[in-house]
Design a protein around this ligand. Structure first.
Ligand code: SAM
Length: 224
């Protein structure tokens, strides 16, 4: 794993929530992500749920356990959720027993792994999940980036995938249960006061046949 990532998040930890999600754009994304994740988790039998790359705990209320590479981010999460089991560790070598979780979700974490780490991540999640368990994770959409000619500057969010690539990487060990998107419209370019009005149409587009052009995609895989 790139050690810049843990250094970066250790330094950002105290201001991560307000920096990333304390404004109308961040609140828009957060609301969209939370609604979908809540709905997908409600659809599965999920007694033990791991928030992988839980950060400061934005979604820890939906999980029983959290794991993160950054001790700084975990410290903030512990203050918010002292009752949760939170561990410091890496996604590709989780300090967790085989077949011990019903569901794993991971938000804004897979974008930090390199392309050749996707398959090892799937293998590690497969090891930790019970048979029939659910894996949900998001990633930047490569189809959108290709359409707009966008290239990530630096390591942050450098890795994007198409749904076909996820499908190919997961074939044989996983069944693709569902896929959706987040942020279809360029919400950051819309006047602030109008942003919340666009939630309905944006969420509809993110779930439509055009979902691959959303900024981010999220998949729900089932371990087979
Ligand atoms: C953008 S933050 C997302 C935090 C939280 N999931 C959220 O959506 O607010 C990315 C988090 O992933 C963690 N992370 C990055 N690479 C990781 C890895 N290989 N193993 C475990 N955690 C990792 C970082 O430390 C950071 O807390």
């Amino acid at each position: 794993m790139n050690t810049h990532i843990t250094t970066y998040y250790n330094q950002l930890a105290q201001t991560y929530d307000s920096d990333r999600f304390g404004h109308t754009y961040g609140r828009f994304l957060h609301a969209q992500e939370r609604a979908l994740l809540t709905c997908w988790l409600a659809s599965v039998k999920a007694g033990s749920v791991l928030d992988l790359g839980c950060g400061t705990g934005r979604f820890l209320d939906l999980a029983t356990h959290g794991l993160d590479a950054s001790t700084g981010m975990l410290e903030v999460a512990r203050q918010k959720f002292p009752e949760k089991t939170l561990q410091n560790g890496l996604a590709l070598a989780m300090p967790l027993a085989e077949e011990s979780f019903d569901a794993i979700f991971s938000m804004h974490m897979v974008m930090h792994l390199s392309a050749d780490e996707l398959q090892p991540l799937l293998a590690e999640a497969h090891r930790v999940l019970k048979p029939g368990g659910s894996l949900m994770f998001d990633f930047p959409s490569k189809s959108r980036r290709q359409l707009l000619g966008y290239k990530a500057a630096g390591w942050h969010g450098a890795n994007a995938y198409t749904l076909q690539e996820i499908h190919a990487a997961s074939a044989g060990q996983w069944r693709l249960e569902a896929a959706s998107g987040f942020l279809f419209l360029p919400i950051h370019r819309v006047p602030r006061f109008m942003r919340s009005w666009l939630m309905g149409i944006d969420t509809w587009l993110c779930g439509s046949f055009m979902k691959r052009f959303s900024s981010y995609l999220i998949v729900h895989l089932i371990k087979i």
